[in-house]
Design a protein around this ligand. Structure first.
Ligand code: ATP
Length: 254
């Protein structure tokens, strides 16, 4: 049986002046799901995500998040969602502990900053400044900031873009751990392997419209059933397997 709905988007439209970037999309997300928004550059994924995050205004449509209507109760929604803060918000002279204390102050709550950094394997960088982190560490810190207010839902926009294969896998583990605590996750990604590993269901968006919603497994099964055949793979591994095999899968902190 499906878990209860936690997000419902009905006929969402977003216009930037005359240009309609999102053209009446509808979808639902269930509690505890990892739901992926996939599609080509410019399809409207970030626009959709940021409207749900209350960061952009919509043109029309009805959105309900955690039982709250976006038009009527945006502040209640802000309390139950976790949003990745823009890098520009990371004051350069504060270390990670100080940044978490600052952000939790903005939420009016007190969190154990070291415990939060432990969750994302950044304990050793507690006293480092944001600019001193590697790309993967920055992404993990950014995910930590989404957890400050113990949200029911977190939104991740391309969480692993630019990361090396180990760092990506490490982030996948982190995202799965967060989901295991009952948190619902909505993410965008350009990596189909990532969507296959992480997402319970994905929506393909193209040109502002949803062209399919299903589980990755079902999408693949349906394609195969339609007669699709992939060119035979002759090798049993690829260069990414070599990378992981040579360098190991463990997290590098340096
Ligand atoms: P990508 O995969 O490249 O991140 P996306 O699917 O997230 O793309 P969006 O960023 O939502 O796409 O953009 C959808 C469309 O809306 C694009 O054509 C983009 O140029 C346009 N757009 C986005 N933001 C604005 C804005 N602030 N003003 C005008 N047009 C915008």
């Amino acid at each position: 049986m499906n878990k209860p709905l936690i997000i419902s988007v009905e006929n969402l439209i977003k216009k930037y002046d005359d240009f309609e970037a999102v053209k009446g999309i509808s979808f639902e997300v269930h509690e505890g799901e990892i739901f992926g928004l996939l599609g080509p550059n410019g399809a409207g994924k970030t626009t959709t995500l940021e409207i749900m995050e209350t960061l952009r205004d919509k043109t029309s449509g009805k959105i309900s998040i955690g039982g709250y209507d976006l038009d009527q109760s945006p502040n209640e929604i802000k309390h139950i969602i976790g949003v990745q803060l823009q890098a520009a918000g990371y004051y350069p002279n504060l270390n990670l502990i100080e940044l978490i204390d600052l952000f939790s102050g903005l939420y009016g709550i007190k969190v154990n900053a070291l415990e939060l950094l432990r969750k994302v394997s950044l304990t050793e960088k507690a006293k480092a400044k944001y600019k001193e982190l590697s790309g993967g560490q920055k992404q993990r810190f950014s995910i930590a900031t989404t957890l400050i207010n113990q949200p029911k839902i977190i939104f991740l926009d391309e969480p692993t873009t630019g990361l090396d294969p180990q760092a990506r896998r490490n982030l996948w583990d982190l995202i799965l751990e967060i989901r295991a605590t009952g948190t619902t996750i909505v993410l965008t990604t350009h990596y189909m392997d990532e969507a296959e590993v992480l997402c319970d269901r994905v929506a393909f968006i193209d040109n502002g419209q949803i062209i399919g919603i299903n589980s990755p497994d079902q999408f693949v099964d349906d394609l195969v059933a339609s007669g699709f055949e992939r060119k035979k793979e002759v090798k049993k591994a690829n260069l990414e397997d070599v990378f992981i095999s040579l360098t190991g899968k463990d997290l590098r902190e340096s």
